[in-house]
Design a binder for this molecule. Structure first.
Ligand code: PAF
Length: 284
């Protein structure tokens, strides 16, 4: 496995590697969820090709009050995990490679990024699109893998690629969970023991929604109420949002018909956790 921090070095290394090139962008602090994205990418390439991962904590997707400085950066451990997962090349650019001090160009998606996480983190998707656009330009992958836990991010990236006519296939990676159901996230390590215990309410609330929908419930108000009541059984939980939206347009649904994304964000202290459930092909 080769590790490069400079664009020219990564490009030179890529020049002698087989295509297809599959890209897995990350902010490091890797866990099993990221490794599953590497496997999804490798499978997409039929077990061949080149898998490139990037590790870069992107300042432009954090608001000033968020956890950019505190974000974990266990680089040696991350590289070891990449090596074990079979990544071929890792790109670890320093900040000044990705952002000139007077950088003044941003990439904005203006529709799908408005609701859900975009409401409480208005800077977030602009930062993500900007850095992913740069990374795509540097790596020039045939495909890139994004996790479904960040469902809205996946939708926004797909839209960016479609609207900018980039020949990159966006591959979704399924959510990976801890044994008690908590979706894996680099931010889980911020949780103290009691918050960690209570954080299972997200997954449980989604399970209740799934059961109710499968039992015929179609009203968003009723489903939200059911989920909120459950999340409130965790005294440390503070709901940011629970929403039922169309999984393609991400617009709110009053009544569910054939498909729904149930998405939620819940704070435990200053740690914000997200999770979701996407159901398609529902019958009335
Ligand atoms: O999902 C993430 O880890 C980040 O948002 C991404 C896509 C690597 C961009 O910084």
């Amino acid at each position: 496995m080769e590790v490069h921090g400079r664009v020219e070095d990564l490009r030179a290394a890529l020049g002698s590697r087989p295509r297809p090139v599959v890209f897995v962008p990350t902010m490091g602090a890797l866990h099993e969820g990221h490794l599953s994205l590497v496997r999804v990418g490798r499978n997409w390439a039929g077990g061949a090709g080149t898998v490139v991962a990037s590790i870069f904590v992107n300042p432009s997707q954090f608001a000033p009050h968020e956890d950019f400085d505190a974000y974990p950066r266990p680089l040696e451990r991350d590289l070891e995990m990449c090596r074990e997962a079979g990544v071929d090349l890792v790109f670890t650019p320093p900040r000044d490679v990705m952002y000139a001090p007077d950088a003044s160009v941003r990439v904005l998606e203006e529709r799908l990024s408005q609701g859900l996480c975009g409401r409480s983190r208005p800077h977030f998707f602009g930062g993500v699109c900007t850095v992913v656009a740069k990374l795509f330009h540097i790596v020039q992958p045939d495909a890139a893998v994004f996790g479904e836990k960040d469902f809205q991010q996946l939708a926004v990236i797909r839209r960016m690629v479609r609207d900018l006519l980039w020949p990159i296939e966006i591959i979704p990676g399924p959510i990976v969970r801890e044994v008690d159901g908590l979706a894996m996230s680099s931010r889980n390590q911020y949780l103290d023991a009691e918050s960690r215990r209570q954080a299972t309410v997200l997954h449980q609330a989604l399970g209740l929604a799934r059961a109710a929908i499968q039992g015929g419930e179609r009203s968003s108000v009723a489903l939200k109420e059911l989920m909120e009541t459950h999340v409130r059984t965790a005294p440390l939980a503070r709901i940011d949002y629970i929403e039922l939206v169309d999984p393609d347009a991400l617009t709110p649904l009053e009544m569910i018909s054939s498909q729904v994304l149930v998405a939620m964000a819940v704070f435990f202290g200053s740690t914000r956790l997200i999770d979701n459930l996407c159901l398609r092909d529902l019958t009335a």
